[in-house]
Design a protein around this ligand. Structure first.
Ligand code: DAT
Ligand code: MG
Length: 201
């Protein structure tokens, strides 16, 4: 844990909120804040986008049954993200309960478990700059009634119990889920030929 004097923190907030991110960063560093913890918050001028961020996307049994796999993959490809893992499987109760561990006490959990294990799912790992956040936006609100048109859920579903697709909701969640669903050797590190045309690296 890093303890900062309140005045240093307030100065940082003031500078950061007024758009002077470089100065804000410098004031933190000069107060002894570890530079490694600032890696994700560099100023625009020096930032190198992290193009290696990964997330887990799964086409749920309803999406597979409705032959939506191709259209969902196409959306991620078209956006410019890189596919680094892909497989089709019938999910076991054990895997599903580990995946949805936070939902085990919810009243809808037994029905969710039954539906998610009712048929094959197609699970993927996509890579790219801010892919976790971007893919949540692309997938849309959990409840399709609230999902914007143009999102996967907003375009292909109307009920929360059959919302077509899963997307990790945070970096930590993505790392946990990727390890749960994929072995290391199932994920490929490969160079996209268009890499320098989708992002400044
Ligand atoms: P998300 O899939 O958007 O991350 P979540 O993690 O809260 O949403 O829930 C996981 C899934 O559980 C969700 O995609 C669909 C199902 N679910 C959530 N709330 C539900 C509800 N009220 N009734 C039925 N199913 C629900
Ligand atoms: Mg979730």
């Amino acid at each position: 844990m890093v303890l900062l004097p309140r005045c240093v923190f307030n100065r940082f907030l003031q500078q950061f909120n007024s758009g002077n991110q470089e100065k804000a960063t410098k004031s933190l560093l000069s107060a002894g804040f570890p530079s490694a913890l600032l890696a994700g918050h560099r100023s625009k001028a020096t930032a190198v986008p992290d193009v290696r961020e990964r997330t887990l996307i799964a086409v749920k049994p309803d999406g597979v049954q409705r032959r939506l796999v191709g259209q969902i993959i196409q959306r991620f490809e078209r956006r410019g993200f890189k596919l680094v893992g892909l497989k089709m499987l019938q999910v076991s109760d054990t895997l599903l309960s580990q995946h949805y561990t936070e939902l085990r006490t919810k009243p809808f959990y037994p029905r969710l478990l039954q539906y998610m294990t009712s048929g094959p799912v197609v699970v993927m790992v996509w890579e790219g700059h801010k892919v976790v956040q971007a893919s949540r936006t692309m997938v849309g609100h959990t409840n399709p009634v609230e999902a914007q048109a143009g999102t996967v859920r907003g375009d292909f579903s109307f009920h929360v119990s059959r919302n077509v697709v899963h997307a990790s909701d945070s970096l930590e969640g993505a790392q946990r889920e990727i390890q749960l669903w994929f072995q290391k050797k199932e994920l490929l590190n490969w160079e996209c030929c268009d890499q320098t045309f989708t992002c400044e690296v």
